[in-house]
Design a protein around this ligand. Structure first.
Ligand code: DPP
Ligand code: ZN
Length: 855
């Protein structure tokens, strides 16, 4: 397969100002007639090239005249037409079989619906078209379908006309007045019910809102609707951006590769990010619904009104939109806890990517398959880049920059460079060096050395940076890194002042005056930069910060570092006294100033995977044992506290208030430590919570805690959960996922068995991710020394690739991390990658990931 390079970008040869699509819909056989108004772009004599993927042209017309087969040809699936003039009308006819489309790209069937997914390159599976985001067209779409099976017909924009046809068919026409790239095209046909509402925009326009689901799911859409209205109000208030059509529709579908898709005026969602009720959704699910509804809505400006010139600019819309949805969620709940969660996600997903064979810059230079670049780097690190600019500019200048960006580029296909320039011009700042964040991959390591001179009252802070080599980038230049610091007085606990230091050189010295006694350093406060910080702070200093830092993220971080030091010491055979950790946990638990959600985050041990990331060679068994032992000790020493909290935090009735969510989170943590203590009644207490909970947050947590151990309660809970929820796909996913995540010595065998379970299917991406995605994130189980875990995941990739290559390719990265493991495991992992690569007919999705992973 060919490699596409950013440097090869050329403006399109032909533009397509207007598109008329006519769909005769049927799951077995759909016909698509497309009329494109095409216009030559510049003085050249190149033919018109219309991308196609698996399409056969049944008819090709130019300006109303049918062409003979000699007048066109196909080249790598694309239709090539030599055209004489400056502007023409090109018409094509193709046939599709949506019910046989298992890739879930293009037009496909899901649970009786017909729906589309076009980003990134799915539109070329629907009709011949120049499938690139810098071609912006006005669309008029006509759909006809059987009225009984597909009573609802939706597309982008506003509905224009509808009517009944012959043989029980009906039709509808929708027009979208805003020129858009074809990746934002969408249609849905099906038997759907609607949760209707309305929103009046800041200029007084009435927008009809609709969330379309299967009738039985209607009661589960209230949270999504609240989130939508809150998002619309937030984007007006914070960014001054108003919605621009008369209708906004969301449809939930069960089979979906992404989380959701921001098609203009017609968002299509993976049902897991729409449907929520207390019996089936955890608080994390509720937050996921709120965040993803907001994310897709915010794309209407950051993505749709201003779109991307080419797919190398993907982070232009994704990084910025993640930043926007993160801040929205923080405003709806707790800023402190949201930041901690987002950093945890970044460290769990993006840091490993950035240090492995698939590392790539936020603006990549090349790709084979663009679907492989919907990554944590593009999304989450991309969001951190926007956050750093917002920090450097301050809120007013940042919004001057975003206003300028939206005004300057409205209706255009823009680049990351355009965004940075708008920040410079609107916010009055020089970002020359900062641009390196878009170019250089790899997580910078910042080393901080603090020294204090009592005689002069001077503090020196020496900061240095190293950007590790990454594939294709052996040498790195120093970056501009904003590091927020504060110095604390040990006695008075006073903060000498918060400052953002700009580290721009390899090594730099910063001086602070009038500091009488050696202070404690608080650094990278609020996680001001996506870097790894190495400091020479003692366990005593970390304990101090874990009790007294006034920045909640830094306080959490101090606690985590305290735990990491103990665990890494233990694993490396250089034990560090654990009592500081137990004391810090106790202090945190009894501090009346802290809210429950923060406490639950702070007292949780770093994950096994995160501990692995701190070691040169990951030893999954030693990590598991050390973490398990520390958990046991914290559980046992503070047992009365856990017991008391678990009883005290029981709620009388269910609520989604931040306080109620925080209480559930902390109550689950208490149960976790109580069971870890080894108390004889632990499993029974967990089972009681499982059995009596009136919400999924407590029920699933109890199930997970039981699944980690060995008890009759475990077997009972797994059984009861299955019988209660086996008819609900999203909840059954939790049953698979909880077992695949279990820290239990038999997990690898259990996953093998679950892969053969009658409810397991490769046709639903959520189910695949619930079992194999969760399993490959379970370090101890996946890296079972037998290599069985690697084989299971490779088997799944090989079986899934012919069905859904995009989802198959997403399972490859954990196998690619072999360099981080001992020689025996590394060889077993490489052998599975080789086995995958030797499969004939491998998709380019999987091939690209496997080839890079073997390098
Ligand atoms: N649908 C995906 C998202 O919203 C890709 N645009 O991030
Ligand atoms: Zn997005």
């Amino acid at each position: 397969p060919a490699v596409i390079r950013r440097s090869d970008y050329r403006v399109p040869d032909w533009l397509v100002p207007d598109v008329t699509l006519d769909f005769d819909l049927d799951p077995a056989l759909t016909t698509v007639r497309a009329k494109l108004a095409v216009a030559r772009n510049g003085g050249h004599d190149r033919p018109l090239r219309l991308d196609g993927d698996g399409l056969v042209p049944l008819e090709v017309k130019v300006d109303g005249r049918s062409l003979t087969q000699a007048e066109w040809h196909l080249e790598a699936g694309a239709l090539i037409l030599p055209l004489p003039g400056a502007a023409h009308e090109v018409e094509t006819l193709v046939e599709l079989a949506p019910e046989r489309n298992s890739k879930l790209m293009g037009l496909y069937a899901s649970g009786g619906l017909l729906c589309t997914q076009c980003e990134a390159e799915g539109f070329r599976r629907i009709t011949f078209f120049p499938d690139r985001p810098d071609i912006l067209s006005r669309y008029s779409v006509r759909m006809a379908a059987d009225k009984a099976c597909f009573p609802i017909l939706l597309a982008n924009g506003d509905p224009v006309e509808q009517g009944d046809g012959e043989d029980g068919r009906h039709w509808a026409i929708w027009n979208d007045p805003y020129p858009k790239p074809c990746y934002l095209f969408a249609l849905v046909a099906g038997d759907l019910s609607c949760n209707r509402d309305r929103f009046v925009t800041m200029s007084g326009r009435d927008v009809q809102l609709g969330i379309w689901v299967k009738d039985a799911d209607l009661p589960r859409t209230t949270h999504a609707m609240e989130a939508l209205k809150n998002s619309m109000a937030w984007d007006e208030r914070v960014y001054g951006r108003e919605y621009d059509l008369n209708v906004f529709n969301i449809v939930a579908v069960a089979d979906f590769n992404f989380g959701a898709m921001e098609n203009k005026g017609l968002n299509i969602f993976n049902s897991r990010y729409i449907l929520a009720d207390p019996d089936t959704a955890t608080d994390i699910d509720y937050d996921g619904v709120e965040g993803v509804v907001a994310h897709e809505y915010f794309h209407n400006w950051s993505g749709n009104r201003v779109t991307c010139r080419d797919w190398f600019q993907l982070s232009l819309k994704e990084g910025f939109t993640v930043f926007r949805d993160q801040n929205f969620s923080a405003d709806m709940g707790s800023h402190a806890v949201k930041r901690i969660e987002d950093v945890r996600i970044l460290r769990a997903g993006q840091f490993p990517e950035d240090s492995g064979p698939l590392a790539h810059p936020v603006r990549p230079e090349s790709y084979m398959e663009i679907s492989n670049f919907y990554t944590a780097t593009i999304y989450n690190k991309g969001a951190e880049l926007i956050r750093m600019m917002a920090l450097m500019l301050g809120p007013e200048r940042f919004h001057a920059g975003t206003d300028l960006y939206f005004d300057r580029h409205d209706g255009q296909a823009a680049t990351c460079e355009d965004f940075v320039r708008a920040m410079e011009d609107g916010g009055n700042i020089d970002l020359t060096q900062f641009r390196l964040w878009y170019e250089q991959a790899g997580t910078p390591r910042v080393r901080a050395l603090l020294s204090h001179d009592a005689a002069t009252g001077r503090v020196n802070l020496v900061l240095s940076q190293i950007i590790p080599p990454t594939p294709g980038q052996p040498e790195k230049r120093p970056m501009a890194i904003p590091i927020r610091v504060a110095l604390f007085d040990r006695e008075s606990r006073a903060n000498h002042g918060d400052e953002t230091l700009m580290l721009t050189r390899s090594e730099q010295r910063f001086t602070f005056q009038n500091v009488a006694t050696a202070p404690v350093l608080s650094i990278n406060r609020g996680f001001s930069a996506p870097v790894i910080v190495d400091t020479n702070r003692s366990q005593a200093d970390l304990a101090f910060l874990s009790a007294h830092d006034d920045d909640p993220f830094a306080r959490y971080e101090a606690m985590q570092q305290l735990m990491v030091n103990v665990l890494v010491g233990q694993i490396g055979g250089q034990p560090v006294d654990e009592s500081a950790v137990v004391d810090a946990v106790r202090q945190t638990l009894i501090d009346p100033a802290l809210d429950s959600a923060f406490v639950a985050e702070a007292i949780r041990l770093p994950s096994e995977a995160y501990l692995g990331d701190q070691m040169p060679i990951v030893d999954p068994d030693a990590i598991h044992d050390a973490r398990d032992a520390l958990q046991h000790r914290i559980g046992a020493e503070l047992e009365p506290l856990w017991r008391d909290m678990h009883a005290r935090l029981r709620a009388n009735s269910f609520s989604l208030s931040p306080a109620a969510k925080g209480a559930r989170k902390l109550r689950n943590a208490a149960l976790h430590y109580l069971v870890a203590s080894g108390a004889a009644d632990g499993p029974l207490t967990a089972f009681e919570q499982f059995d009596s909970a009136d919400n999924m947050t407590e029920r699933q947590a109890a199930l997970g805690i039981l699944a980690n151990g060995e008890s009759p309660e475990r077997i009972a809970a797994v059984d009861i959960f299955y019988n209660r929820y086996c008819a609900d796909a999203l909840t059954l996913d939790k049953w698979f996922q909880t077992q695949a995540f279990a820290l239990h010595p038999d997990t690898v065998d259990l996953v093998e068995k679950l892969g053969r379970h009658k409810d397991f299917t490769l046709n639903n991406p959520n189910r695949v991710r619930a079992l194999y995605g969760a399993f490959s994130g379970n370090q101890w189980a996946f890296h079972h020394r037998s290599g069985k875990g690697y084989r299971l995941v490779a088997d799944c990739i090989l079986a899934l690739d012919p069905i859904n290559p995009q989802t198959a390719a997403r399972l490859v990265p954990p196998l690619g991390r072999w360099k981080r493991f001992d020689a025996q495991r590394a060889a077993l992992m490489q052998a599975q990658l080789q086995r995958i690569l030797s499969q004939p007919g491998l998709s380019k999705d999987v091939m690209e990931q496997v080839r890079k992973s073997l390098d």
